[in-house]
Structures are given as structure tokens and as C-alpha cells.
Design a protein around this ligand. Structure first.
Ligand SMILES: Nc1ncnc2c1ncn2[C@@H]1O[C@H](COP(=O)(O)OP(=O)(O)OP(=O)(O)O)[C@@H](O)[C@H]1O
Ligand SMILES: [Mg+2]
Length: 322
């Protein structure tokens, strides 16, 4: 395990150095379903997140991400199924489960009459940690809030409030940290410093679960992802596997003549005079080129279209298997 200096290493020691021989999953979700009236918000969701993972939970608006997260935090009660945080059931072992988890909520929730420091002290008190000022100061410093410690919450900008939400989630030093769209509406500087901090926490052994609509964030940060759609789990894989699976299978060709009839079946679309072909694998390209040679058609331009998470995501959301 890598221990970084300063706040994070101390932060981590309490939890990770005495890991038992059989480590429970950081999060274990078993057949979780939840309805709101007629709406099936979660439909038999099952997956585990192992300790130390940096995991992305993705899906379009209304997919069920926040519902799943509030279920993890014990704020929403699943109709059926179970959720365990570090081995503790969120219903029958609520206190232990809740202590292991820090959630940065999607919605900004705060008391406008408290200062930033009071907000964090209250949260500490909630977890039975009355003398936590050293750690609170470190968090304020790490999140660029030191000069706002005595400002009232209502006087903070939206981005600053979000920083306080992050500090609040970390105040009891949870081993598992869930961030529900933490970068929505925050400036580039905070996004970068937030990710740097979260990466440090992850490097020090903390499990991170992230939801975001900025797919490039998920692609750079996370090693495994789950995709939800209409309350269903539609993909669960390692990031590189998911990308490799659908990677480099599209090529754009600009030709000296029309596309031969035998290649029509491969054509996905035409864009600005280029034929976009879908191949089974790159090896198939040889076959395509030999057909073109045979017909005396010159290839004026050939580009392999790189797959990124966004294109995989869009395909999956449109029901295309990648
Ligand atoms: N308390 C509630 N009562 C009724 N319906 C709800 C409630 N909470 C969520 N829903 C519905 O459940 C579905 C899933 O919502 P949820 O907030 O989990 O989606 P999400 O994936 O987090 O979306 P977003 O990306 O917009 O944050 C939505 O259709 C939402 O309207
Ligand atoms: Mg949400």
C-alpha cells in the first residue's frame, strides 16, 4: 500500500493497516430493487466494489445513480435486496455501515446560519468525534477553504459550498467515499484540485465511487465502471476492457470511387465524403483494402476512429452492444 505524506497517510492509518485476512468488499450490492410508485428506479442491481478501487457509476439523468447512493447511505430503504458497506448491512448494522461511508451528495444541503467550521464540527459530533479540529483544519486547507472557515454557509458561492460538502463527507475519515456528481457546476481549478485530493485518498487505500456526467473524468480516474439505465445495470467492466472491446473497430475511408457493393454491409454511415465502416477487428481491414485494390479504387484517406468512453456510453444508452 502506498502512503502519501501529510493528511492522507494519517487519515488512512486508522482503517487500512489492520486489514483482516479476508477483506470484505468495500460495497456489496445484492439484488437491490426500489420502486417509487409505478417507477422502477432500481431493478435487481447486483455488483461489488472492492477495497481500494476507483469506481465509476455512470448513467443518464434518472438512471437511478443517486437512488443507489442514498440506499448505500441508508437514506433510501430498498424494497428488496441488501447493501453492505465494509461488510456491514446498511439496515441491520446502520451505524457501522454509515461510519464506513462518506457521501458527497448531489444536492447542496446545509444550514445557512452555521459557519463552515461549525458545519464540520456538527458533522463530527454526529459521528461522536467532538475533538476533531486538527483534521478539520487539514480538510479546510486541502480544499482551499481555510480563509472561509468563519464565513456563514449562506455567504459562500456554489462551488465553495460544494467544497464544504466534500469536507463534510470526509470529516469522520471514512474508508469508502462516494461522490455524487461532485464537479457539477464547479470551476476548472476546483475540479483539478478536487481530483488531485481524491486521487491521493485513493492511493492511500480509500475506495472511491464516483458518479459524473463528465465522462472524460471517469475515463481518466476510474479503473472500473458500472453503467445504469432505467434502473438496470447494463454494463460492469474494467475501463480498459470496455474500451478495448469496442476500440478501433471503426474506420473512416475516403475513396477515389463509390464504395463497392460487397462492402456496403460494413458501412455505418457517410460523413463529409468519408465512408465509416464497422469492422469485427482491425484484421478485417486487410480484407477491405484488398477488395478496394482489386477494384482499382484508391484510398485517399484512412483513419481509425479511436473509441472513448463517451462513444461507448452513447452506444450502450442507445441499446447497441459494444
Ligand atoms: N423520492 C422520490 N420519489 C419519487 N421518485 C423518485 C424519488 N427519487 C428519485 N425518483 C425517481 O427515480 C428515478 C431515478 O432517479 P435518480 O435521482 O436516482 O437518478 P440519477 O441517475 O441520479 O439521475 P441524475 O443524473 O439526474 O442525477 C428518476 O426517475 C426519479 O425521478
Ligand atoms: Mg443523481
Amino acid at each position: 500500500m502506498q502512503l502519501t505524506g501529510g493528511a492522507v497517510s494519517r487519515y488512512n492509518c486508522r482503517f487500512s493497516l489492520n486489514t483482516p485476512a479476508t477483506m470484505p468488499s468495500a460495497i456489496s450490492i445484492q439484488a437491490v430493487s426500489k420502486r417509487f410508485g409505478q417507477l422502477q428506479a432500481l431493478d435487481a442491481i447486483s455488483f461489488n466494489v472492492e477495497q481500494g478501487e476507483f469506481f465509476a457509476l455512470l448513467g443518464p439523468n434518472g438512471a437511478g445513480k443517486t437512488t443507489l447512493i442514498t440506499t448505500m447511505a441508508g437514506l433510501t430503504r430498498a424494497d428488496s435486496g441488501s447493501v453492505r458497506i465494509m461488510g456491514n448491512d446498511v439496515v441491520t448494522q446502520f451505524r457501522e455501515a454509515r461510519r464506513s461511508l462518506g457521501v458527497v451528495p448531489q444536492e447542496l444541503v446545509f444550514d445557512p446560519f452555521l459557519t463552515v467550521r461549525e458545519t464540520l464540527r456538527f458533522q463530527s459530533g454526529y459521528f461522536g468525534l467532538p475533538r476533531n479540529d486538527v483534521w478539520i483544519d487539514e480538510l479546510l486547507h486541502k480544499l482551499g477553504l481555510a480563509d472561509k472557515a468563519d464565513a456563514n454557509m449562506r455567504a459562500l458561492s456554489g462551488g465553495m459550498k460544494r467544497r464544504v460538502m466534500v469536507a463534510q463527507a470526509l470529516v469522520h475519515r471514512p474508508p469508502v467515499i462516494v461522490l455524487d456528481e461532485p464537479t457539477a457546476g464547479v470551476d476548472v481549478e476546483l475540479r483539478q484540485s478536487l481530483w488531485e485530493f481524491v486521487r491521493e485518498l485513493n492511493a492511500a487505500g480509500h475506495t472511491i465511487i464516483l458518479t459524473t456526467h463528465y465522462l472524460e473524468e471517469a475515463e481518466t480516474l476510474c479503473s472500473r465502471i458500472a453503467m445504469l439505465k432505467n434502473g438496470r445495470l447494463i454494463a460492469l467492466d474494467n475501463m480498459d476492457k470496455l474500451l478495448a472491446h469496442s476500440a478501433r473497430r471503426e474506420v473512416a475511408l475516403k475513396l477515389s470511387a463509390a464504395l463497392p457493393a460487397e462492402l456496403e454491409a460494413l458501412r455505418l454511415r457517410q460523413e463529409e465524403g468519408r465512408h465509416i465502416l464497422q469492422l469485427q477487428d482491425l484484421g478485417q481491414l486487410e480484407n477491405v483494402l484488398s477488395i478496394l485494390r482489386h477494384r482499382n479504387i484508391t484510398v485517399r484517406e484512412l483513419n481509425v476512429i479511436e473509441t472513448d468512453l463517451e462513444s461507448v456510453f452513447v452506444k450502450m444508452m442507445n441499446g447497441v452492444t459494444v
